[in-house]
Design a protein around this ligand. Structure first.
Ligand code: NAD
Ligand code: TDX
Length: 335
């Protein structure tokens, strides 16, 4: 029997990279992609695999119990729950959807998994649940201190998933990855926004003093780590997935300009994000001890990602002149 994956949020940035990767080989598997197609979900991300007989797309909400239970009748073995509202600035402006999807949606999936039985449930969480880390690095055993509604909702889904292991013995693993970058990232996130703005000779709005630190993980490394954890991880465990590439935002902004041959004067310091976490940093010893480390060197990965945006204007131009433009003007005006 082929293994059947339920991938949720598979039309978004990481989920679509994950599905394209799973289908790259000729492995005997099946994938059901459940995605609501919010502003961030784009079927064009999956155009290369849409005709693959192993792949099925279902448009719908993870927070819809009737639909989710129906899908679980399909003998799902592995659940990878990517579906989420994922952008911090949107959470600050309007937190409600984050709670319904990132917490209640996770609950609906976990309940269905418990009722129908599965082999493994991967809850995709994030380094943001640890909150701002002034010194040192967050280990999986560290307390959670989320500081914005996105991070708090993700912490809710993260701990709810664990509770289904502790209480019901469901085979759950929680992964906490650092900031992803790569192709097909909705152009509201730092790297994809700055790369596409620079291509268009628009200003790059750098929050605060530009010295906040993020750890950058290439999306291919993230997807590779998820597959490794599905095969080798232990039920009930949490695994940090880091890139080992901590950089100040200003440094990344300059690298993006350099790759595109644009002047650093495009970078403009703007009003800070409220509650802006100063630094994220993951202690990745646990996953390294299990046998996985990231492979993509940051400068090469960033260069490739920026090139992808330069070479794929047809992917992001309609987004930036449509929904994204309306959202941006509403919240930031013509800054
Ligand atoms: P994304 O915003 O690009 O994609 C999210 C996808 O989920 C979209 O396709 C959207 O349509 C879908 N979705 C949203 N609400 C849904 C619902 N109620 N039901 C079904 N589908 C729904 O996000 P991403 O950057 O690909 O992130 C994927 C996951 O990884 C998220 O859980 C996020 O919290 C986590 N994560 C992201 C990063 C990062 O840097 N991007 C880092 C660590 C963890
Ligand atoms: O316009 C911007 N200017 C700016 O200076 C944007 C969009 C961001 N930034 C800064 C804020 C952060 O310090 O860049 C850094 C990265 O910002 P985001 O891309 O919004 O990511 P972040 O807030 O760090 O959260 C991300 O990492 C963890 C993802 O969006 C989450 O989904 C993931 O869980």
């Amino acid at each position: 029997m082929p293994r059947t994956y339920l991938v949720t949020g598979g039309a978004g940035f990481i989920g679509s990279n994950y599905i394209r990767r799973l289908l790259r080989g000729d492995d005997d598997l099946r994938i059901v992609n459940l995605d609501k197609l919010t502003y961030a979900g784009r079927l064009e991300n999956l155009a290369p695999v849409a005709g693959d007989p192993r792949y099925r797309f279902v448009k719908g909400d993870i927070a819809d119990p009737a639909l989710v239970n129906e899908l679980f009748r399909d003998d799902i073995n592995i659940v990878v729950n990517f579906a989420a509202e994922s952008h911090v600035d949107r959470a600050i402006a309007d937190p409600g959807h984050f709670i319904t999807t990132d917490v209640y949606g996770a609950y609906v999936l976990l309940e269905a998994a418990r009722a129908h039985g599965i082999n493994r449930f991967i809850q995709i969480s994030t380094d943001e649940v640890y909150g701002s880390v002034e010194t040192g690095s967050s280990a999986e055993t560290d307390p959670l201190m989320p500081r914005n509604p996105y991070a708090a909702s993700k912490a809710g889904g993260d701990r709810l998933a664990y509770s289904y292991f502790a209480t019901y013995g469901l085979d759950v693993i929680v992964t906490r990855a650092s900031n992803n970058y790569g192709p097909y990232q909705y152009p509201e996130k730092f790297v994809s926004l700055f790369a596409t703005n620079a291509i268009e000779n628009k200003e790059l709005p750098l929050y605060g003093d530009g010295c906040n630190v993020r750890d950058w993980l290439h999306v291919d490394d993230h997807c590779d780590a998820i597959n490794f954890i599905i095969e080798h991880g232990r039920a009930g465990e949490i695994y940090n997935i880091g890139g080992g590439n901590e950089r100040e935002n200003i440094e990344v902004a300059r690298l993006i300009c350099d790759e595109l041959g644009k002047p650093h004067s495009l970078i403009r310091l703007v009003k800070d994000r409220p509650g802006h976490d100063r630094r994220y940093s993951l202690d990745t010893a646990k996953l390294a001890a299990l046998g996985w480390t990231p492979k993509m060197p940051f400068e090469a990965g960033l260069r490739a990602a920026v090139r992808w945006y330069a070479d794929n204007r047809a992917w992001w131009e309609p987004i930036k002149s449509g929904e994204f433009r309306d959202y941006y003007l509403k919240h930031y005006g013509n800054r």
